[in-house]
Write a protein that binds this ligand. Structure first.
Ligand code: ADP
Ligand code: ZN
Ligand code: ZN
Length: 766
């Protein structure tokens, strides 16, 4: 027998199969999905490789090499998933397989894994009475020896260096005590703790909860999902329910049911909401033994352990961030993706997969339902669940009939939604208020400080791009072709559209109201903090943004500080809006909604609506009535109005009509062909060559190809970045054309330029 293998390396040229003979001793043990070692290249060095196919004989006339060793076994369906991903996301099959391997088993990492697993700790070598006796009869003589003994007695499990340090003695003294049997060294396994920040005691203290009696709406949703699970059939559900409508309670009960049916469950949450508070609810219902947790802060060893617990079926519930979807769950009964609209489900590094698409594939392979939960569903998900979406042309019917919508319209625990006030910043200017805080927000903060309640101030800072706006009437410059905000490029003093490259001169007089109050937008959190200190010198503040959140865990620390240390005001960027529950926060202020409304992206409105809804959800979570103040230069903007009314459906209707008219997803895919290079000359040449090549291959009637141009961030770490934007439907045929183009690129004599392809849109067609 002959195996077709793929070498586990990122080099694009190696993204193809090679034939290897299966030696007789491995006959019957090698399958599609085996991870093996094979001799490769000149030095016959052993390389990691994956078996992706088997056949009777090779087509090569020369003798082929033999597989050297079998290392790990993946499942057929994982290999077919990896192959599909490589096609869909334009990456190597091996890059996708890597996501599915047990963490920490790559040869390089083995040492490290063992190291962080065991330590040598020192214990008493005899029982306490014997030791007392030894001291009395003077067998343990010197003061130093006594000091060491008494230290270890109180601190069993310490290491030898710790003893030396704390008792100020030498290793020789410790060694003598060990030799004479008064102390002993035990190799101890450090208990890893993936539930981070929680020690055993805290876990013991969590009170068990029982399932609640579901409301009628909840019951209806639950039954629909449960029915599919029982029948072992795939079906996607969009569980659309306002914050507090009891989505999590449904997850808990459906998972409980899965376990009763001897099945397992995966719950994915955005990394940032995977907090101890959030886990508590699951531990309280199921205990911790059956729960596995996977997120990026775990050490390699912890991740390895969790992976093994899942593989062996000891853990039946997996809660994790996006890459947890690749864990080796057996007998999968349900996959749940909470906050399904969250952008963290889109991987930003290679392979750039969309977790929802992958989850759908996996749910189908396992014949189980997939639940997508959100208070502000992704426009595309919602679209596919509507009548129009279901009948959309160009998509196989069977693919769109999949999403069934389940609505929860009421809050489950009778608490009321916060009141939302929109403040017009133009009017503030007219009234002579030039500060970042409107009168209304100033007064509300003042009152809150007096009443000892907490405030969150939210400022959506754009890291790199600025836009310009008329402070008199709120006018901003939008691209005529694309209807997205144009970005100010300071060194050229020009406005540019990041999709089509359209350029405009900077305006100094507003074309709408003729005023000269034109302003460049992009104020930061630091400036806001200074201003707060000036206006409220007595207030204690804490800031959370990219600059303050750098260390491991410090996101969590800042939130804990805010909760526990009498801090009055939390100032922050997007990071403050997710998942947290602060009973004492009654006021949330949005400093300028305009900065996210004017993102240079077709999703600007959608992201703004989501953010405003989530921020509002932070205020008044319990008995206290919450208040939200949104400051903006565009109070009449429909996104802001819909956010004020907390009306998702109205927002959706308006926005989807816009998307349709301007041909944005879900009505069209946006394909980005990205280049980066250390040579400005080469990047221009190559991107032009790719542009010409695509132009000749893609049909003009169905694809709009814009000329190559610098990316929104046009240089990172001395590498230039260019891109080609293409609008059209990524059909099977088009997918092959793009792959063809990539292949040609790899075989061209390119020195420093790299090329990648991203697709935004439905991606349902491949
Ligand atoms: P969501 O996940 O939609 O934000 P949760 O499941 O967290 O909603 O529910 C919000 C609050 O309502 C929680 O405190 C929860 O315990 C409570 N709750 C949920 N379902 C019920 C129910 N059926 N009866 C009473 N309280 C409920
Ligand atoms: Zn104006
Ligand atoms: Zn444009």
């Amino acid at each position: 027998m002959v195996a077709e293998i793929i070498i586990n390396r990122t080099a694009k040229k190696l993204n193809r199969t090679f034939d290897y003979e299966i030696p007789s001793e491995l006959e019957g043990l090698i399958f599609v999905g085996s991870k093996v070692l094979v001799p490769f290249g000149k030095g016959e060095k052993l390389e990691e490789a994956f078996v992706v196919g088997l056949k009777e004989k090779t087509n090569y006339s020369n003798e082929i090499k033999k597989i050297a060793k079998l290392e790990e076994q993946l499942k057929d369906e994982q290999i077919s998933l990896a192959k599909w991903m490589a096609k869909r996301y334009f990456c190597n099959v091996s890059d996708c397989i890597k996501l599915m391997l047990t963490p920490g088993t790559r040869t390089k990492n083995k040492e490290k894994r063992i190291q962080d697993k065991t330590i040598s700790s020192v214990m008493l070598g005899k029982d306490k009475q014997e030791i007392e006796l030894a001291i009395e009869t003077g067998k343990i003589k010197t003061d130093k020896q006594k000091k060491v003994i008494s230290f270890v007695k109180n601190n069993e499990g310490v290491t030898i260096p710790e003893i030396e340090l704390c008792t100020n003695t030498s290793r020789a003294i410790v060694n003598t005590l060990i030799k004479n049997g008064y102390l002993k060294v035990v190799e101890q396994t450090i208990k890893r703790n993936p539930l981070q920040l929680k020690n055993e005691n805290d876990i013991q203290k969590i009170e068990k909860t029982k399932k609640l009696t579901l409301t009628e709406e909840q019951q209806n949703a639950y039954q629909k999902i449960e029915q599919k699970m029982k029948q072992n059939v795939y079906q996607s559900f969009l569980l659309y329910g306002v914050t507090g409508s009891g989505k999590t309670e449904i997850y808990l009960q459906i998972i409980e049911k899965a376990l009763k049916q001897e099945k397992t469950a995966i719950l994915l949450v955005p990394e940032i909401s995977l907090t101890p508070q959030m886990l508590d609810r699951f531990i309280a219902r199921f205990g911790k033994e059956e729960i596995a947790v996977l997120h990026s802060k775990l050490s390699m060893g912890e991740r390895h352990d969790e992976w093994e617990r899942i593989r062996e079926g000891r853990a039946k519930i997996l809660i994790g961030a996006r890459s947890a979807i690749f864990a080796p769950m057996e007998k999968m009964g349900i996959i749940i993706i909470d906050e399904e609209h969250d952008s963290s489900y889109q991987s930003e590094s290679n392979p750039k997969y969309d977790t929802k698409e992958v989850a759908k594939k996996i749910a189908k392979q396992n014949n189980c339902p997939l639940v997508l939960g959100s208070a502000t569903p992704d426009m595309e998900t919602y679209y596919l669940a509507t009548e129009e979406g279901k009948n959309k042309e160009g998509i196989e019917q069977s693919k769109t009939q999949e999403i069934e919508i389940l609505k929860l319209t009421k809050r489950a625990n009778q608490s009321s939604m916060p009141s939302v006030q929109v403040v017009d910043l133009k009017q503030e200017l007219v009234n002579g208020n030039r500060s970042m805080l409107s009168m209304a927000l100033y007064t509300a903060i003042e009152t809150n400080l007096k009443e000892k309640r907490q405030t969150i101030l939210f400022l959506n800072r754009r890291g790199y791009s600025t836009f310009i706006m008329c402070r008199n009437c709120g006018y901003t410059v939008n691209c005529k072709n694309c209807n997205i905000s144009m970005t100010y490029h300071s060194y050229e003093k020009k406005l540019k559209c990041h999709y089509c490259g359209q350029e405009e001169k900077v305006v100094t007089i507003c074309p709408v109201c003729q005023s000269d109050k034109i302003r460049y937008f992009g104020t930061g959190t630091q400036k806001l903090e200074q201003e707060i200190h000036k206006q409220f010198p007595q207030a204690k503040t804490i800031r959370m943004d990219i600059d303050t959140v750098t260390k491991k865990n410090s996101h969590e620390q800042i939130l804990n500080q805010f909760k526990n240390e009498n801090i009055d005001i939390l100032i922050g960027t997007q990071m403050v809006v997710k998942g947290h529950h602060f009973p004492n926060v009654t006021l949330v202020g949005v400093i300028a909604a305009d900065s996210s409304l004017n993102m240079d992206d077709y999703q600007a409105n959608e992201r703004t609506f989501q953010i405003l809804t989530q921020v509002a959800g932070r205020a008044g979570r319990e008995n206290l009535q919450g208040k939200v103040i949104i400051q903006t230069y565009n109070p009449e903007n429909f996104t802001i109005q819909c956010a004020k009314q907390q009306n998702y459906e109205k927002f959706y209707e308006t926005e989807i009509a816009l998307r349709k008219q301007l041909k944005y997803p879900p009505f069209c895919d946006i394909i980005m062909v990205n280049f980066n290079s250390s040579s400005e000359n080469e990047i221009q040449k190559i991107s032009n060559w790719v542009y010409q090549s695509l132009k000749s291959k893609l049909k003009e009637e169905t694809f709009r190809i814009f000329k190559p141009m610098p990316a929104p961030i046009d240089k990172i770490q001395n590498r230039y970045r260019w891109r080609i934007v293409i609008k059209g439907n990524m059909t099977q045929e088009a997918n092959e054309i793009f792959h063809q183009c990539l292949k040609e690129f790899y075989h061209k004599n390119v020195k420093t330029t790299r090329m990648t392809i991203d697709v935004q849109g439905l991606g349902e067609r491949i």
